[in-house]
Design a protein around this ligand. Structure first.
Ligand code: SF4
Length: 123
């Protein structure tokens, strides 16, 4: 059990767990290998104040795809922290994307990130 208070940013927590899964992925199947990396990119953009609502839609889509098509438990459960935080703390994602603020004061909203969003790359 992990206990957190309002000084923890739920978007950053989701990013932390996705980063763990991304680095632990063995790379055998594409949904887990590429999907966790793309989710990490999207969450990094959102944490840095560069996320868009399209990024959030893609994140939800990726969660479903990675969960349903990964070969083993690591990939199948990797999206869970994102899905849980989206279910209970979606307002924190919205704060980062729309209001460019981190309610917990954890995220550096001025942080530089890769110029292109995965949404732009896929378009
Ligand atoms: S889901 Fe399992 S088999 Fe597929 S890349 Fe991830 S760790 Fe490897």
């Amino acid at each position: 059990m992990i206990v957190m208070d309002d000084t923890s940013c739920m978007v950053n927590v989701a990013r932390f767990f996705i980063e763990f899964c991304m680095t632990e992925s063995c790379g055998k199947c594409i949904p887990c290998r590429a999907g966790t990396a793309q989710m990490h990119t999207l969450l990094t953009r959102i944490c840095a104040g560069h996320g868009t609502m399209d990024d959030l839609d893609l994140l939800v889509e990726l969660c479903a795809t990675v969960k349903e098509t990964s070969l083993c438990g690591l990939g199948q459960t990797a999206p869970n922290p994102v899905l849980s935080t989206l279910k209970y703390f979606k307002h924190e994602y919205i704060d980062h994307i729309v209001h460019k603020r981190c309610p917990a004061g954890v995220c550096n909203m001025e942080a530089p990130v890769a110029a292109e969003s995965p949404v732009e790359v896929l378009a």
